[in-house]
Design a protein around this ligand. Structure first.
Ligand SMILES: Nc1ncnc2c1ncn2[C@@H]1O[C@H](COP(=O)(O)OP(=O)(O)OP(=O)(O)O)[C@@H](O)[C@H]1O
Ligand SMILES: [Mg+2]
Length: 253
């Protein structure tokens, strides 16, 4: 049987009268890419914020790398956060720091006794992995949107997290850069052996990166499987609509 690194059962989360998550079950297996698809406002970001302990669930089991998030101490949460890397929707780089300093930042926090040489080595390795060695001395403002996304990913993987959470990794990018980011996500999976949840409403991203895909509809996962299984002929009208909205124009080329 495959090892589970995240196990969620019957998870509920509301904000006042707004019932966002209404009975979520999710398993993330060791070494896989799981894509969570859903329309804007369905609670995808809320779900991954719960997984990394930024928001508390109202009800339900949330187990991440053996930690029960409903009963976790502050020290355990700090330890867990080093194992769970979050790639933010808008890269969230520090504008006043160079690319090198941005990547060193989590490293200094996670591995306090690292020598300058070891630190340089780690920074160089992740910059090479994302193909942006030449940007080391530059500032975020000098980079394109796609390059910033890559640096955001480099900064997250530099501490070797066991789990990676990508929030809309291809949002706002042109189609060619999207494909490059999808390739990078797959390359990171192979090279760094992390298990990942990829939140998106981009079906090309889902198809290219997802070992499994889960569709979030009305607060629950309506369907989970590989891309072909989820979008087969028996898919519900809402899932079909989602698919056609993304791909229908392609058929006209
Ligand atoms: N801290 C909060 N307080 C109150 N409401 C919130 C909070 N966080 C999220 N929400 C609400 O929960 C719903 C789900 O938000 P969420 O950010 O998870 O959507 P999403 O699926 O990630 O959407 P998008 O694709 O646009 O990023 C939204 O209606 C949002 O307004
Ligand atoms: Mg979101």
């Amino acid at each position: 049987m495959r090892n589970t690194v995240i196990e969620i059962r019957d998870l509920y989360k509301s904000f006042g009268d707004l019932h966002v998550l209404k009975g979520i079950d999710l398993d993330l297996y060791d070494g896989e890419n799981l894509v969570v698809l859903g329309k804007s406002g369905t609670g995808k970001s809320v779900l991954i914020k719960i997984i990394c302990g930024l928001i508390k669930a109202d009800k339900g089991k949330v187990n991440v790398l053996g930690y029960d998030l409903n009963n976790i101490t502050k020290a355990e949460l700090n330890a867990l956060r080093l194992e769970v890397g979050f790639c933010f929707q808008h890269s969230a780089l520090y504008d006043s720091m160079t690319i090198q300093e941005n990547i060193e930042f989590p490293l200094k926090y996670a591995l306090k006794n690292l020598s300058k040489m070891e630190m340089d080595k780690k920074v160089d390795r992740v910059l090479e992995a994302v193909g942006l060695e030449q940007t080391k001395k530059q500032y975020p403002a000098e980079l394109s949107g796609g390059q910033k996304k890559r640096i955001g990913i480099a900064r997250t993987i530099v501490v070797n997290p066991k789990i990676l959470l990508y929030d809309e990794p291809t949002a706002g990018l042109d189609p060619i850069t999207c494909v490059e980011i999808n390739d990078l996500i797959n390359q990171v999976k192979a090279e760094f052996k992390a298990s990942s949840i990829i939140i998106t409403h981009d079906l090309t991203c889902a198809k290219q990166t997802g070992d499994r895909v889960s569709v979030l509809l009305d607060g629950v996962f309506e369907k989970t499987g590989n891309f072909a299984e989820v979008f087969n002929s028996e898919a519900s009208s809402q899932i079909k609509q989602f698919h056609d909205y993304n791909f229908i124009d392609n058929k006209n080329f």
